[in-house]
Write a protein of this length. Structure first.
Length: 288
């Protein structure tokens, strides 16, 4: 395994935690020797230095990093697809971070305002989600925690994630315009463009969408739902997005995902819309 040659602080700052300030992160990491599921598995800074920023599928299965390290590792969509389960160690490792990251987000809101805090934790995470499907790039473990937090507090992030799956050929949105959609105020023009995009995709019959792309997206969203289960409200928009993609691509379990979202938040608009469409037999034109 390749060991980073830069000093640890430089390696972390530049390659691993671009969505966190150094002081806050080291405060969290300093408490990392706590027991998780009855197992003390922290090996110290050498362990962290060896694994930070590495791709998780590069790790020999007999040498698994400590629970914190999966937070800083990169994941391919193929790895997530093949290893998404309640008992997966990388899932447990990311679960460990959720309370601390949520508390840090609230502190950021108090200090800098809500919109700043949301963009601070998720702007790069959203682009990595986009690039994962557009260019087969990877996401960091902490992206799978940050995106559910961002979706809860800004549904534009959720909608941008949806568009990145539906608009597979970038007919309506590229990386720049998708970012503008997520973070800029919704003017009538922005809302109108979104409506036209969805209407065009819904009525399109000449090209079948990329089902494989949707299947990978759903598996990644399922992993987010598991990772954030200790704070149920963080999974509301994740389940709503799962319901929408599953309905649009006819992947099954639509009602289940709608129910999961609505049990947590009965007012979740996307879940209610998808549930209504599903129960009334409405489907995108490509299915016909």
């Amino acid at each position: 395994m390749e060991i980073v040659e830069d000093d640890l602080k430089t390696k972390i700052s530049h390659n691993c935690i671009d969505d966190f300030d150094m002081q806050s992160l080291m405060q969290i990491y300093g408490e990392s020797a706590n027991s998780f599921n009855g197992c003390l598995d922290f090996a110290g800074s050498e362990d962290f230095e060896s694994f930070a920023g590495r791709e998780i599928s590069d790790i020999n299965g007999t040498i698994y990093p400590s629970k914190e390290c999966s937070f800083f590792m990169t994941f391919s969509k193929e790895y997530i697809y093949n290893n998404c389960s309640d008992s997966a160690q990388w899932i447990k490792g990311l679960e460990y971070w959720v309370p601390a990251v949520s508390e840090a987000f609230i502190e950021n809101v108090d200090q800098n305002g809500k919109q700043y805090a949301i963009r601070d934790i998720a702007s790069r995470a959203l682009m990595r989600w986009y690039n994962m499907f557009a260019y087969d790039e990877k996401m960091f473990g902490y992206d799978l925690v940050n995106l559910p937090i961002a979706m809860l507090h800004n549904i534009n992030v959720r909608d941008a994630m949806l568009i990145s799956i539906l608009d597979e050929n970038q007919e309506w949105y590229d990386e720049k315009t998708l970012s503008e959609f997520a973070w800029c105020p919704h003017t009538p023009e922005v809302s109108r463009n979104l409506r036209h995009c969805l209407e065009a995709k819904f009525t399109q019959t000449n090209n079948k969408p990329d089902i494989k792309r949707a299947i990978f997206a759903c598996k990644i969203l399922k992993s987010m739902a598991i990772i954030t289960r200790s704070i149920p409200k963080l999974s509301v928009q994740v389940y709503a997005l799962l319901a929408y993609i599953s309905w649009w691509f006819r992947l099954g379990e639509v009602k289940y995902y709608c129910d999961c979202a609505l049990r947590i938040d009965p007012d979740c608009s996307m879940a209610k819309i998808v549930c209504g469409a599903f129960e009334n037999g409405l489907e995108p034109a490509w299915i016909e």
